[in-house]
Write a protein that binds this ligand. Structure first.
Ligand SMILES: Nc1nc2c(ncn2[C@@H]2O[C@H](COP(=O)(O)OP(=O)(O)OP(=O)(O)O)[C@@H](O)[C@H]2O)c(=O)[nH]1
Ligand SMILES: [Mg+2]
Length: 199
């Protein structure tokens, strides 16, 4: 749920990176953190297991500057993708203004991607959020891996993108596609916010 403070002219929006375990959600945030100048970001907080799997969430606050006279802040979160952290995922998703679904492009991960997308829809529905109007962007990650390990993007589109939302190929480890994804979801969130405020 975005917070709009008219007194201080500040907007705060929550973006959640969702997807199966090891798809690269935390890696997206690390890359963003590494690229954004320090006056535009806060401390990144990661609550991880000893093997670097997200245990609760990652959190990265970003300052996008002034938009229509409002200081605009984005708070990026990742959920833990491992199947048994279902309760935590639901909690972290609560109040999301926009969602980035990070899919793992490897052929052997297709079922995990489908299952996680279904889990996202079920959790949004449980929060009584209209799934069709929630700003959503898909990211097909790990495109840097050898082609014989990967599904063609068209196959991933057929399997996952039934809503026809914006989608991006990415290599979160090295950067391509990371900011394109973030920009797309930010635009959808701000557009929806503008529409709901009649702006
Ligand atoms: N080759 C390649 N490896 C990647 C890419 N993105 C992430 N990885 C690797 O995949 C592994 C898992 O990445 P994480 O970002 O921790 O995955 P996650 O989605 O946060 O996983 P959970 O926290 O368990 O849900 C790590 O070893 C990353 O270095 C990518 O684009 N290309
Ligand atoms: Mg993680």
């Amino acid at each position: 749920m975005s917070l709009v403070n008219y007194a201080t002219r500040e907007i705060t929006c929550k973006i959640v990176y969702y997807g199966p375990g090891r798809s690269g959600k935390t890696t997206n945030l690390h890359y963003i953190y590494g690229q954004v100048p320090s006056d535009r970001k806060g401390q990144m907080v990661s609550l991880a297991t000893q093997t670097d799997r997200t245990l609760f969430f990652d959190f990265l606050p970003l300052d996008l500057g002034t938009i229509s006279g409002f200081t605009t802040r984005f708070q990026l979160y990742t959920v833990p993708g491992q199947v048994y952290y279902q309760t935590t995922r639901k909690l972290v998703l609560q109040g999301a203004d926009g969602v980035v679904f990070v899919a793992d492009s490897q052929s052997r991960q297709l079922d995990e991607n489908i299952e996680s997308l279904q889990d996202l829809h079920a959790n949004l529905a449980e929060h009584s959020v209209d799934v069709r109007t929630t700003p959503l962007v898909l990211q097909y990650n790990k495109r840097d891996l050898p082609p014989d390990l990967l599904l063609p993007t068209a196959t991933l589109e057929d399997a996952l993108n039934f809503r026809g939302v914006p989608s991006f190929e990415a290599d979160a480890l090295h950067g391509p596609g990371v900011f394109e994804t973030l920009r797309a979801v930010s635009e959808l969130v701000l557009r929806k916010l503008g529409a709901s405020k009649g702006a």
